[in-house]
Design a protein around this ligand. Structure first.
Ligand SMILES: C[S@@+](CC[C@H](N)C(=O)[O-])C[C@H]1O[C@@H](n2cnc3c(N)ncnc32)[C@H](O)[C@@H]1O
Ligand code: SF4
Length: 484
């Protein structure tokens, strides 16, 4: 299998200065969640349904090392700001066992279709949703299926997500997760402001849970503990961000990850225009300052801060994706998969309902809803967007993947960025400078495929002002959740 021929729209050239300005203007959508405008920019690469099964399997031939992501779309209650694929919480009790049956079946379908036992996992994340909302026995089935269907080396840390409430109230579940071999756990604290928690619709989180949760996680044996916090909410004060960061530090996790609120496709989408780029930059910079002072380090522009030297803090699954562009297989409702030549979304990504996924898996078919056969520029755009999660592009990984040096593939763009002092070269990376961090939405856009650049340019030209989003993006909101 090879890259799809490049579409005419992806052969166009757009002036770097214009694309940079458009990315900055549309900072709410020009981010690491790529591609943008699926239904238009990716249309030439969409594989007809009749061919999706064959191509969805062929995509993995020759791929011996990959990441695995398993999606659990259940939560106790849906938070108003959440962008992830979560089914109606009322269905949890009814659908949980069925869902895990289907997941195990999906593992087996891939085993048969692509000989997964010959493939080695370099990372394995169980995400959601809230995977720990599920029964321990069901989570155990997923881990067992991964061990049965893939090579899973001992040193690969399996990572899982939880809410504070579950970690606080179910210590025995924390212990069971550790006992089944899970070694990294990530907990969403989001914000400590009670009024903000209420207004963003996170009504399940009680602050009192956080400390107990951290204690239970430690007692279970976890030595890699991450806390997620969010910023960039409409009306959120700098003081609220500072208090949240201090609270997170007080929980003494190894890692703290900052999530800038992404509005696209969420229940809070209409509030996006109330948040300025300058506000979020100031919040990020202040958070980084407090974290650095407390011993948590990150390269400029990186979202995960770690207090362990030489440990980037992200899960092995995500680290491999960000640094090396390693392919990943996503299983479960709405999960995203990226092979060297294809990008795919499982059924449920758009409607967040189980029916279609259930029907396909039960019929013995890979539950692919949208499969794209990528061109070279589309694949490059995808890899580089994710690289910016660490604020830098690994030059060796890029050249190994695409057979061409980054500076040759993007000569005009790299020249522009170097001249503007937005990036700098190191022996192994091209990384954001401090000025580049402030303009990262514009910087990233320079590496998008030309069709995506054209989409941004068009959108920016009928944009109301320089610091907000006039229109809600609707065509691709279903695919928005960034790093899934
Ligand atoms: C799938 S959630 C997992 C954690 C768990 N369900 C919880 O909420 O505690 C992963 C993280 O994504 C972040 N997140 C959720 N919605 C987001 C959005 N709209 N924009 C940016 N980050 C978001 C939150 O920080 C959350 O902890
Ligand atoms: S933020 Fe976490 S708990 Fe809230 S709906 Fe999203 S996945 Fe569920």
């Amino acid at each position: 299998m090879n890259f799809h021929p490049t579409s005419p729209a992806d052969q166009a050239h757009h002036a770097p200065a214009d694309v940079f300005a458009a990315g900055l203007k549309l900072h709410h959508i020009a981010n690491t969640a790529y591609p943008i405008g699926h239904t238009s920019t990716m249309r030439p690469y969409r594989v007809p349904n009749a061919q999706a099964q064959a191509l969805g399997a062929a995509a993995w031939q020759g791929c011996d090392r990959l990441g695995l992501y398993v999606h659990i779309p259940f939560c106790e209650k849906r938070c108003g700001y959440c962008e992830y694929c979560v089914v109606d919480p009322a269905t949890l009790e009814r659908d949980e066992d069925l869902y895990f049956d289907l997941l195990v079946r999906e593992f087996e379908l891939y085993r048969q279709a692509v000989d997964t036992p010959a493939k080695t996992l370099v990372g394995f994340d169980i995400g959601g949703g809230t995977p720990t909302a599920a029964k321990t026995a069901n989570l155990g089935r997923v881990v067992a299926a991964a061990r049965r269907c893939f090579q899973l080396p001992e040193q690969v840390a399996i990572s899982i997500e939880t809410t504070p409430k579950i970690a606080a109230l179910e210590p025995e579940k924390m212990r069971a997760l550790y006992a089944m071999g899970i070694r990294r756990i990530s907990m969403g604290v989001q914000t400590v402001s009670p009024r903000l928690l209420q207004s963003i619709g996170r009504t399940t989180g009680l602050l009192a849970h956080n400390q107990q949760a951290a204690e239970n996680i430690r007692q279970a044996g976890f030595k890699r503990f991450n806390v997620d916090v969010m910023y960039g909410f409409a009306g959120q004060s700098l003081g609220s961000v500072e208090a949240t960061i201090q609270h997170a530090i007080g929980l003494a996790p190894e890692y703290i990850t900052l999530y800038r609120m992404r509005y696209k496709g969420t229940g809070l989408a209409a509030q996006a225009e109330r948040v300025t780029l300058n506000e979020v930059l100031v919040q990020y910079e202040r958070a980084a300052e407090i974290l650095h002072a407390a011993g948590y380090q990150a390269t400029p522009g990186k979202n995960t801060f770690s207090r362990l030297p030489s440990d980037p803090g992200t899960s092995h699954y995500l680290t491999q994706r960000v640094i090396h562009g390693t392919p990943y297989l996503g299983l479960g409702l709405g999960a995203q998969s990226l092979s060297e030549f294809t990008l795919a979304y499982n059924a449920g990504a758009a409607d967040k309902r189980l029916e279609h996924y259930c029907r396909m898996v039960t019929a013995g078919r890979l539950p692919l809803q949208d499969l794209y056969h990528l061109s070279l520029p589309a694949a490059m755009g995808k890899m580089i967007s994710v690289s910016f999660y660490f604020g830098e592009i690994n030059l060796e990984s890029f050249e190994r993947k695409f057979g061409v040096p980054l500076v040759r593939a993007f000569s005009a763009e790299v020249d522009f960025l170097l001249n503007q002092g937005l990036v700098e070269s190191t022996p192994t990376t091209l990384r954001l400078t401090k000025a580049g961090v402030r303009a990262s939405n514009g910087v990233m856009a320079l590496f998008y495929a030309a069709a995506v650049k054209a989409y941004l340019l068009e959108k920016a030209s009928n944009h109301r002002n320089t610091d907000g989003v006039q229109k809600r993006a609707t065509d691709d909101s279903a695919h928005s959740a960034s790093l899934r």
